[in-house]
Design a protein around this ligand. Structure first.
Ligand code: PLP
Length: 370
């Protein structure tokens, strides 16, 4: 049984018929994808019996975020095109992923990060994989503008989500969700930063429908952080601010495509405060046993905000009246984009430090109330 055919070999191998690859494409993979869709017991109960909430735990990808899905494609295609170096601007996770896949491919990786605003776990990943990391005096948007300029003039491949292969790889997450549910979800909730991921998911769902794998499409519900919500406010934010560094973006590269996903799906893009993000971050860890980084908690903060507002109670006028018959339970999938261990500082700031006691049984038991 244990042969190459039965082993899972990453998203390109699994979904190649939906991806721009040929037999000649060298597949650079770390067996990314195939992440669990976890039923959220606590959140489902909170929403009531008409809804079932699932968590797509993308933090379980090889470098700890969904960026690996896009990076396996971007690096494979860069190798096919004989590129010897790749570059990205990054709030952290793109650089961690690019560095890992580039090292696997044996090519050079250059990373531009905004100085002082990336989680230490992510920076350590880029460095240990041997990337050249340069911190620039500016924010993510400035770093991306610089990376675009340099890669236009020099033989270096840009691997930000402007690279169309990134979007292609990332769309496979929607395939996995549909394969697991045996249908499309009714709603998908996710954080929105540079907006490549919402673009990718929506592309994936539409392609799966065209291929007759699903019959319906989900409503796309995106969430930005209040201090970095250009799409919600309708104008670029010069100095984006949020504790959720992965979505600390003031001028999203895929702005128009995100609006298209929102409008075509009859969904919405709204914002949540840092406090709502942190509350959701703690709730998810305490009640569902799932540890994510703050940006990912924006999904849950958004879900809770919509639930409180009654978004999920309204009778949906476009739905046929099911006289007498119980309507089907609706599925809500929340995308958890990155692992909590990327940014352990945040957790340590949110909890009490452990108490030091004498090393004896009596003191431990007393402390525990026995
Ligand atoms: C990149 C990233 C996002 C934002 O995704 P976009 O495609 O930029 O909208 C959200 N969460 C995490 C953990 C990320 O790494």
């Amino acid at each position: 049984m244990n042969n190459q055919k039965t082993l899972y070999q990453g998203i390109i191998n699994k979904y190649k018929r939906y991806l721009p690859v040929t037999g000649k494409t060298p597949i650079i993979s770390l067996n990314e994808g195939n992440t669990p869709l976890i039923p959220a017991t606590y959140l489902s109960k909170l929403l009531g019996k008409e809804y079932r909430v699932y968590l797509k735990y993308e933090g379980l990808n090889p470098t700890g975020s969904f960026k690996d899905r896009g990076m396996t494609m971007a690096i494979s295609k860069a190798c096919e095109e004989k590129s010897k170096a790749v570059m990205c601007a990054s709030t952290g996770n793109t650089s961690a992923s690019a560095a890992a896949y580039a090292s696997r491919a044996g090519i050079k990786c250059i990373v531009l990060i905004p100085k002082g605003n990336i989680a230490l776990g992510k920076l350590s990943q880029a460095l240990i994989h041997g990337a050249t990391v340069l911190a620039v005096n500016g924010n993510f948007d400035d770093a991306l503008a610089l990376a675009k300029e340099i890669t236009k003039d020099y033989p270096i491949t840009l691997v930000n989500s402007l690279n169309p292969y990134r979007i292609e790889g990332q769309k496979t997450a929607s395939f996995e969700i549909c394969d697991a549910l045996q249908m499309a979800p009714d709603y998908q909730v996710m954080p929105v930063g540079n907006a490549g991921n919402i673009t990718a998911y929506w592309k994936g769902y539409k392609e799966y429908k065209k291929a007759f794998k699903i019959r319906t499409l989900p409503k796309m519900l995106g969430f930005q952080a209040e201090g970095a919500a250009p799409i919600v406010r309708g104008y670029p934010i010069k100095k984006p601010e949020t504790i959720a560094t992965a979505i600390r973006i003031g001028n999203p590269a895929s702005w128009k495509q995100a609006e298209k996903a929102r409008d075509e799906s009859k969904g919405l893009i709204d914002m949540v405060s840092d406090k709502e993000i942190l509350d959701a971050y703690k709730l998810l860890a305490a009640k569902e046993g799932v540890y994510v980084e703050p940006a990912s908690a924006a999904s849950i903060a958004g879900l809770l905000k919509l639930a409180k507002r009654g978004y999920f109670d309204k009778p949906k006028s476009h739905e046929p009246c099911l006289s007498g018959r119980q309507a089907r339970t609706k599925n809500i999938v929340c995308i958890l984009t990155g692992h909590g261990l990327k940014d352990p500082d945040r957790a340590i700031k949110s909890i009490k430090e452990p108490k030091t006691i004498k090393i004896n049984k009596k003191d431990v038991l007393k402390e525990l109330g026995y």
